[in-house]
Design a protein around this ligand. Structure first.
Ligand code: SAM
Length: 218
């Protein structure tokens, strides 16, 4: 798969206006609420969000857990989150500009997490199976993973036809990849219906699933 999948340029350009889109904030809030309801975060948990962006989800989860590593490949998205953290009372979020699959950048490889969560980022990562294996290795025994993303879509969700993305995910195929990565008790729910005018100019409701799973205790 080409490296262009992980190019941070687009998100660096969009970072300062990212939160101006109220539909994004509504989606992130709905996903955060679904993650909270299904994973029941506690103050003893070490959490990781990959693709945290400007922190729309992490700022909802952080008050409920012990600590959050908020990871993204876009420095500018993280800069927006860092400003929000400075303006808040939160002291338990650490931001890291790394790609978890890059051996050279992978500062998190020695750590393990009780909760890993994400929203709308998995479709930006080329090799889903390899990435899920890696996330599974980062989960502590008994840890929980919760990932929200698009159900299989018509390929018109993203405005740029050249952007390298998965056109959402088939739930059965993703379920198989979760199990292959050693994750158990895999469940799906629909967390949100994201309505937007797609690239063809047609108003469309795109379902967003939340998949949760567990790593065995031993
Ligand atoms: C669609 S945005 C979602 C941001 C945020 N989760 C939200 O809901 O607003 C996808 C984010 O994933 C980040 N990203 C893309 N590929 C990544 C990778 N390989 N590792 C970490 N972050 C990545 C992008 O920089 C971007 O901030």
């Amino acid at each position: 798969m080409p490296d262009t999948w992980n190019s941070p340029d687009k998100f660096n350009r969009e970072a300062s206006q990212w939160d101006d889109n109220p539909r994004r904030s509504a989606l992130a809030l709905a996903v955060a609420q679904a993650i909270i309801a299904s994973t029941r975060p506690t103050k003893t948990m070490r959490a990781l969000e990959f693709g945290c962006g400007t922190g729309l989800v992490t700022l909802e989860i952080a008050p409920l857990v012990g600590s959050v590593s908020a990871i993204d490949t876009s420095r500018e998205m993280l800069a927006v989150l860092q400003e929000k953290i400075r303006n808040s009372r939160l002291t338990n979020i650490e931001t890291k500009c790394i790609d978890l699959l890059s051996p050279l950048q992978n500062a998190a490889k020695e750590e393990s997490f009780d909760l890993i969560y994400s929203s709308m980022t998995l479709h930006h990562i080329a090799d889903t199976a390899e990435f899920l294996n890696h996330l599974s290795n980062l989960l502590a025994p008994g840890g929980i993973i919760a990932i929200a993303d698009l159900d299989k879509e018509d390929g018109l969700f993203h405005d740029d036809p050249l952007e390298k993305v998965h056109y959402g995910f088939d739930r059965e195929e993703l379920d198989a990849l979760f199990h292959a990565a050693g994750l158990q008790a895999v469940t799906f729910e629909t967390a949100y219906l994201f309505e937007k005018e797609n690239r063809a100019g047609k108003k469309t409701a795109y379902p967003v699933f939340l998949v949760t799973a567990k790593k065995a205790k031993s």
